[in-house]
Design a binder for this molecule. Sequence first.
Ligand code: SAM
Length: 291
Amino acid sequence: MSVSNVSGCGKLYVVATPIGNLADMTFRAVEVLKKVDLVAAEDTRHVKMLLQHYGITNKLVSLHQHNEDKAALVLLEKLREGQSIALVSDAGTPLLSDPGMPLVKMVKEAGLDVVPIPGACALITALSAAGLPVTQFSFEGFLPRTSSARKAFFSERLQAKKTWIFYESCHRILATLQDMAEILPLDRQIVIARELTKLHETIVKTSLGDALLLVTQNDNMRKGEFVVIVDGAIEDKKEQIVTPEQEKILTILLRECSIKTAVALAVEITGVRKKLLYQAALQFEKEKEID
Ligand code: SAM
């Protein structure tokens, strides 16, 4: 393993570490952490325990969210001097809801090598066992802390077709599910992945309504670390809704034309499926007859 490049500058290794189960450390990660000149860690005390477990004695420097811009400059200088550095976070893959972005950006912009050392990551671990579509998904990190901001967040994703996934803490899991249940349909499938790779690992796939019940009633389901995965909206469900504005367009057209023409024009104007607009038109006609 070469820890410096041709120009004599050191390389920055971005090293994933376990998210709970220490046996999830890769051989390559151990090798890199032994060989580099310096390990930049989010919490040096925490990482010291991990290094001790693998018999690694290496120099540690701290790089956390409050000092990262300043620390990144110092580390870049060390790389330029030829030192090799491993970047680790408290758990999982650095940069994923963890510090490291300014350093990696700076090192890449300086034209130096950034080498990923892949390993555990809570979001990928959860997705791999969730049983929800993963061809396309969006990772949302941590959600806003206030209830109103969370509800706004959920409203924006109400019709999102891709699977979406976020991180949550034990302090907010219940409140978050309560907010979600006010905005999303209760039959939407979600997965709660808790304490992944640890003794009390729990991965539950169920409807939002049942998940809320489970977390409300079971104290253990409010303990530990959480990844929540939400199934995308089903296309048909989205199109079942004809908005009031689209209804208005349809009724105006119905005043002037036959059902067939009104529906055809409304499809062109609104983009809503013909079948739905046709059903809405028939309903309006029926209501007119009753009136
Ligand atoms: N960089 C990490 C990664 O690659 O997954 C994530 C760090 S972020 C600060 C910590 C959050 O990740 C936790 O609050 C939780 O939402 C999620 N997480 C981390 N470890 C987990 C685990 N073992 N089980 C479930 N969620 C976990």
